[in-house]
Unconditional design. Structure first.
Length: 97
């Protein structure tokens, strides 16, 4: 069964303190769903319409687990802490394998 990936790209970070608070809560909220972070940091390069800002790629055993993790009350509480502290794009995609 293909893995599920979260691809999160940040357009801007408006409040680093809120982002830091979110960053402490999110891994704890996602741990029960088996999250593994494979990319977390500022882009080394950006091209086309890319923005050289923070990127996070997380992997789950299945797309269903990725969606359940996103929709979980604990993760949504972390998102609430982030609030408008960052503008970002979060996508959940199915892996090829």
């Amino acid at each position: 069964m293909p893995k599920g990936y979260w691809v999160t790209t940040y357009r801007s970070i408006k409040d680093p303190d809120r982002l830091a608070a979110y960053a402490k809560l999110a891994p704890v909220a996602l741990a029960p769903f088996g999250v593994k972070y494979i990319v977390r940091g500022t882009a080394a390069a950006a091209s086309e319409a890319g923005i050289k800002q923070r990127v996070v790629i997380s992997v789950f055993d299945t797309v269903a687990k990725a969606i359940a993790a996103h929709d979980s009350p604990a993760y949504q509480a972390a998102v609430k802490v982030l609030g408008d502290g960052a503008e970002r794009d979060v996508r959940i995609v199915e892996g090829l394998e």
